[in-house]
Write a protein that binds this ligand. Structure first.
Ligand SMILES: NC(=O)c1ccc[n+]([C@@H]2O[C@H](COP(=O)([O-])OP(=O)(O)OC[C@H]3O[C@@H](n4cnc5c(N)ncnc54)[C@H](O)[C@@H]3O)[C@@H](O)[C@H]2O)c1
Ligand SMILES: O=C(O)C[C@H](O)C(=O)O
Ligand SMILES: [Mn+2]
Length: 546
């Protein structure tokens, strides 16, 4: 039997002032709380009032995390009432500020598991300690080498695992008691952390090679052993490791890399939405990626697969792709190509001025892309000249500056709309306000993987799929297309975040159907809708059974 304080201090059990008289008597809570018994709506009104009084966004986040730390049910109930307002605070972009200041702001470890690369022998104990006998179905793990576009943040990166999981619950109702945020502290190459007195992580440079991969492997095996039907989500690994890890495990276990696959899905969905507006065909587009790293190459691969699915041969489809990275347009003989870039590298002989194509501007002039997607982490690189050059050659240029957080975006939606006189079809990684131009209101879609991974996860968790394959991923991307209304001028290319919980269920249904069609479910399912409904957790106080 737990003591009253053990219950109050357990965020999965705590109801705070909402404990009933009977519960207070039965569970040793008598006199541990003020006498008035609040409903969850009264608690919500009071906490939202406090939230509104905080001036700075980081303070608002800090306050919300305090509710999260003490009472998960109240946190998610409150979140469900203010999804659009809270998303940028608990998630991107404010999460970036919180990660940068994690050690200075630390108050609570938020039920995360902190693994250290030099202590593989402790993986099992740590995962068990952090799970605390909960049945874990979903892990988000990061090693924080490539946090958003802000780079290597060592142990501080744990916040991204916590934040991604918060969105899983808010958007798709994944039971917060079944999730585990994990950070693998593999060291950090950020000098300012290594030299910071307050830094809470390991003070050594990143461990690479066999020692690192052996640790990853032991982590995967241990997590799979401890937690049956686990869905393992990888987040913000560095460019050197992200694809390697996914390639190694994707056919073995139920696993997913958000930056490669999630971003690929949401960007394809946005492009399909844009083409619905312009009335053009995907197979006729010329695709240019700026920043061909984890996300950039992952997106290119997804769009490529879709072109092939829509009837192009692989050879024909490849001719439509141009990757630009630090070196400029990537050619077959460019030094330092990654395995993910190589298939899309071009021949120099295709251009008369190949050696001059070392900048985005030169590449855009030479290639005349119809789609430009930015995942470069370099701000303001989609300049007026580049954008207007694109608009000269295509009626509705599709331009998605996706680098996060806000300060790293390749362009603002406002500039893109204004520079093209409203012709550009735009989506951004972070939320953008609507833009007014010449009497038209342009709604801007958010091409952020948060719009897709929760629904995908729900579909996978509800059906207990063995793996996640290309067909499932494609089903997820197509599921959003039916939702957007493109009849109004200025319509967004993606559905709005205000409908996040609704369309996450649509995504889950499409994903679940694909799992069943391919017989990848590990248990029989007679009614998919019912299975998805049953898999969802609702933020309400349930009767305490201890
Ligand atoms: N909107 C979304 O859902 C979403 C999802 C994933 C990543 N992202 C964003 O995409 C960006 C990249 O993330 P990632 O995980 O792919 O990182 P990454 O480090 O794997 O890739 C970044 C790439 O950009 C290249 N680059 C750096 N400077 C450049 C320059 N000056 N010119 C051209 N290329 C340059 C790098 O060489 C690298 O290949 C981040 O800002 C991240 O926030 C957005
Ligand atoms: O976290 C986000 O906002 C999206 C994405 O996973 C990223 O790394 O930028
Ligand atoms: Mn990410």
């Amino acid at each position: 039997m737990k003591s009253g304080y053990e219950i109050l201090n357990n965020p999965f059990l705590n109801k705070g002032t909402a404990f009933t008289k009977e519960e207070r008597e039965k569970y040793g809570l008598l006199g541990l709380l003020p006498p008035y018994i609040q409903t969850i709506d009264e608690q919500t009104k009071q906490t939202y009032g406090q939230f509104l009084k905080k001036d700075k966004l980081i303070e608002k986040r800090h306050f919300l995390m305090e509710i999260f730390n003490t009472n998960r049910t109240l946190f998610y109930y409150l979140f469900s009432k203010h999804v659009v307002e809270f998303m940028p605070i608990v998630y991107d972009p404010v999460i970036a500020e919180s990660i940068e200041n994690y050690s200075a702001l630390f108050v609570n470890p938020q039920n995360a598991a902190y693994l250290s690369v030099k202590e593989p022998e402790n993986i099992e104990t740590i995962l068990k300690n952090a799970a605390d006998n909960r049945k874990i179905r979903l892990i988000v793990v990061t090693d924080a080498e490539g946090i958003l576009g802000i780079g290597d943040w060592g142990t501080n990166g744990v916040d991204i695992s916590v934040g991604k999981l918060m969105v899983y619950t808010a958007a798709a109702g994944i039971d917060p008691a079944t999730v585990l945020p994990v950070v693998i502290d593999a060291g950090t190459n950020r000098k300012e952390l290594l030299e910071n007195d307050l830094y809470l992580g390991n003070r050594f440079e990143r461990v690479r090679g066999d020692e690192y991969y052996n640790f990853i492997d032991k982590f995967v095996k241990t997590a799979e052993k401890l937690f049956p039907n686990l869905y393992l989500h990888w987040e913000d690994f560095g460019r050197l490791n992200a694809a390697n890890i996914l390639n190694k495990y994707e056919n073995e276990i139920t696993t997913f890399n958000d930056d490669i696959q999630g971003t690929g899905i949401i960007t394809l969905a946005g492009i399909l939405g844009a083409l619905k507006i312009s009335g053009e065909k995907l197979t006729e587009q010329v695709y240019m990626c700026f920043g061909a790293g984890t996300a950039g190459a992952g997106i290119a691969r997804r769009i490529f697969n879709e072109m092939v699915a829509q009837g192009l041969s692989e050879e024909e489809a490849k001719k439509r792709f141009y990757l630009v990275d630090r070196q400029g347009l990537l050619f077959e003989d460019t030094e330092g190509l990654t395995p993910e870039q190589t298939p899309f590298a071009r021949k120099r002989s295709e251009f008369t001025n190949a050696n001059e194509l070392t900048t985005l501007e030169a590449a855009v002039k030479a290639v005349k892309p119809t789609i430009l997607v930015g995942t470069s982490t370099v701000p303001k690189t989609f300049t007026k000249e580049i954008v207007q050059e694109m608009a000269k050659h295509t009626a509705r240029p599709i331009i998605f500056p996706l680098s996060n957080p806000t300060r790293l975006a390749e362009a603002s939606a406002k500039d893109l709309i204004e520079w093209t006189d409203g012709k550009a079809l735009v989506a951004t990684g972070i939320p953008s306000d609507p833009i007014e131009l010449n009497g038209i209101t342009y709604e801007i879609g958010q091409a952020n993987n948060a719009l897709i991974y929760p629904g995908l996860g729900l579909g996978i968790i509800a059906t207990k799929s063995k793996i996640i394959n290309d067909k499932i991923i494609s089903a997820a991307a197509h599921s959003l297309g039916g939702i957007i209304d493109t009849t109004k001028s200025g319509a967004a290319v993606l559905p709005p975040v205000s409908k996040l919980t609704e369309f996450s269920e649509t995504v889950a249904l499409s994903v679940g159907q694909s799992v069943l069609d391919q017989k990848l479910n590990t248990e029989p399912i007679s009614d998919l809708k019912e299975a998805i409904k049953n898999a969802k957790w609702i933020p309400e106080y349930k009767e305490m059974i201890l």
